[in-house]
Design a protein around this ligand. Structure first.
Ligand code: PRP
Length: 210
């Protein structure tokens, strides 16, 4: 299993405030995007590249619905601090494929400021692909600071914290089958347990000292 589930998938975790896009809405939109992409890239043998971790689930589902066979490639980047205004990233896992002269479709889960993609696109364009386009499941234009050439958008979203379908909160909740807003005040139960345990241990140590 790619994402280890730290929550009970049979019940909705307390962190879920409101489901914004349910499984049905997502799969319908993914199918629509896939037919658009299938039409545009027919006979062009594109490289479809997901940006890890967030876009893994979306990339997998999108590729399954394309009308031509394609094995998705993946790239993983590390950002130099979330507050950075440059969007500078380091590639920690590069694409397997050489993109020179190839049509590249980058897949994202969400674009916020656009800084990450803007930087990544500049790196990839130096490799001289035949073309480079972006498909994102979610687009949060309110937060945009850098221009990014997004060609395919699943849904536009506002500035609310979202989890599920690849989107995480401290690596949790990526495996939820829907996209939801989050109760940020809900502490993930295991973290709470650990905190409680630490407090208990501390108390025990103090008791032992007395
Ligand atoms: C998210 C998302 C984008 C980036 C968008 O990744 O997947 O890559 O943030 O932010 P920006 O438009 O403001 O640059 P994140 O760093 O959360 O990593 P993840 O994909 O591993 O969840």
């Amino acid at each position: 299993m790619i994402f280890s589930s730290r929550i009970n998938r049979k019940s909705t975790p307390a962190a879920v405030k409101k489901v914004v896009f349910d499984e049905m809405a997502i799969s319908t939109r993914v199918e629509e995007l896939a037919s658009e992409i299938s039409r545009d890239y027919k006979g062009r043998d594109p490289i479809v590249a997901g940006i890890l971790q967030g876009a893994l689930v979306f990339t997998r589902d999108l590729v399954k619905n394309l009308s031509f066979p394609v094995s998705p490639d993946f790239i993983r980047i590390s950002r130099y601090g979330r507050q950075s205004r440059t969007g500078e990233v380091e590639i920690v896992k590069d694409l397997q494929e050489d993109i020179q002269g190839r049509h590249v479709l980058l897949i994202e889960d969400i674009v916020d400021t656009g800084l990450t993609l803007n930087y990544l696109v500049r790196i990839l364009l130096e490799r001289n692909p035949a073309s480079l386009a972006i498909c994102t499941l979610l687009d949060r234009t309110e937060l945009r600071l850098a221009e990014v050439p997004i060609k395919y958008v699943g849904f536009n979203v506002n500035d609310e914290f979202l989890i599920g379908y690849g989107l995480d909160y401290r690596e949790y909740y990526r495996d939820l089958p829907f996209v939801a807003t989050m109760n940020l005040e809900v502490v993930e139960p295991r973290t709470a347990d650990r905190r409680q345990q630490t407090t208990d241990n501390r108390q025990q140590t103090e008791d032992d000292r007395q």
